[in-house]
Design a protein around this ligand. Structure first.
Ligand code: AMP
Length: 415
């Protein structure tokens, strides 16, 4: 029989990697706390209509990538492809807007998209999601971008490329949409089949096409910034002024439309030049009509999602091994083994990292294991030592050994 392997596009996070993830998560959580964010856990499974309504039914995610199934023939359910819709559903369902005018939330967890797996692109991947609900002021946009860049700096990443754009509000986008249709109408036959279809359903998404000939065609397309209304222009200018206040460099990328339909006004992305086609590490933006569209009050929102795997791949060379045990206990004989079992777990309960081996092997073999574990000390226990209430404590760094009383072992260990 063939071995059962993980599902294509789904991957295991092995202990060393998981340890590194935790270290990064700790920094991320610290930054979020400083900026006043609170954690929320939302389910990974939602009713399908949440995503079709939220993300938009002509987006790649909803059209092609969702893991959707009927729950024993009843409701249509979907493994979440992103977290914003779920967080907003929870925000509305629990009337969180009535507790505070501005709510700042974050969530960390797995997302599921049935994309073609390749390096940096998985079918189960993790995102760090951040949402600010209830603030429409441009300061909220700038503050979020500022926090994001600060967060990257805190984990040790600088000089990444920040792109920003404004997608306007539904009114000015309608005008721009028509301009794009007019512009591409004459070149319709030269567009790839996907873009020909998008031109009818969702023309702005043509800007996302990776096809070389489509890219060439849209090079001269009109820019959204020439069509946004006075309110949107003023909002975007203020976002930029706030970013300038912190000397934050960014590229104005008027071709960036982002792949989800709900975005309005400010959108942003952080990319890494050498990462190839999967070079976006963060995507985010404002979604002022989304809470209302999902059945809640008309409350503005803005957020971003960091791809955890992509973030970690940038930090690969900084991976540190998990800390070794402080003490390894090598016990010889059944009586010493029993005493060692007790001592080992007693010390663990007191918060000391201790390891031992229950296989009853020779002293040489246990010492080898202690060495391999990287422990700072090894305690050697034999029948004679147990009778005397003592053990031989070996400092693995200096190889010096001394006899220590077992009831006062802790004071002889320097962690
Ligand atoms: P999006 O929700 O599409 O705006 O994506 C936000 C971030 O999630 C991206 O910038 C990527 O870093 C990450 N991401 C999106 N899709 C995948 C995927 N299939 N595999 C790994 N990371 C992903």
């Amino acid at each position: 029989m063939n071995n059962i392997t993980a599902v294509k596009g789904f991957k295991d996070i092995l202990p060393e990697e998981a340890h590194h993830w935790h270290q990064v998560e700790r920094i991320v959580r610290g930054v979020f706390a400083d900026f006043g964010f609170q954690e929320i856990h939302v389910p990974i499974l939602e009713k399908t209509e949440l995503f079709t309504k939220g993300i938009g039914d002509t987006t790649d995610i909803v059209e092609k990538e969702m893991y959707t199934f009927r729950d024993r023939g009843e409701d249509s359910l979907t493994l979440r492809p992103e977290a914003t819709s779920s967080i907003l559903r929870a925000y509305i369902e629990h009337s969180m807007f009535s507790r505070s005018s501005v709510t700042k939330l974050f969530s960390i967890g797995p997302m599921f998209r049935r994309e073609r797996p390749q390096k940096g692109r998985y079918r189960q991947f993790h995102q760090i999601d951040v949402e600010v609900l209830g603030a429409e002021e441009p300061q909220a946009d700038a503050e979020l971008i500022l926090m994001l860049v600060h967060l990257f700096k805190m984990v040790g990443l600088e000089n990444l490329s920040l792109d920003i754009n404004s997608l306007g509000c539904p009114e000015c986008r309608l005008i721009f949409r028509q301009k794009v249709i007019d512009f591409l109408q004459d070149t319709h036959d030269s567009l790839c089949p996907d873009c020909q279809r998008l031109l009818v359903n969702n023309p702005l998404r043509v800007f996302d096409c990776k096809n070389d000939s489509c890219r060439r065609l849209i090079q001269d397309a009109p820019s959204i910034l020439d069509f946004i209304c006075e309110g949107c222009r003023c909002h975007f200018n203020q976002v930029r002024t706030c970013l300038d206040m912190f000397g934050m460099p960014y590229n104005l990328n008027t071709r960036m439309v982002r792949g989800l339909d709900y975005y309005t006004r400010t959108t942003f992305e952080i990319t890494v030049p050498h990462m190839g086609s999967q070079n976006a590490v963060v995507g985010g933006g404002r979604y002022d009509g989304l809470i209302r569209d999902l059945g809640g009050p008309d409350i503005p929102g803005i957020g971003f999602a960091i791809g955890f795997e992509r973030l970690m791949s940038l930090l690969q060379d900084r991976q540190e091994s998990p800390p070794p045990p402080v003490l390894f206990i090598a016990a010889l004989g059944s009586e010493a083994q029993a005493a060692a079992f007790k001592l080992c777990n007693r010390l663990r309960l007191e918060g000391i990292r201790v390891e031992m081996d229950y296989a009853g092997k020779s002293l040489k073999s246990q010492m080898k294991k202690a060495d391999k574990s990287g422990s700072l000390y090894t305690l050697i226990l034999g029948e004679r030592e147990i009778q005397a209430g003592e053990g031989e404590l070996r400092d693995m760094g200096s190889s010096k050994q001394r006899t220590v009383p077992l009831d006062n072992l802790k004071s002889h260990i320097v962690q």
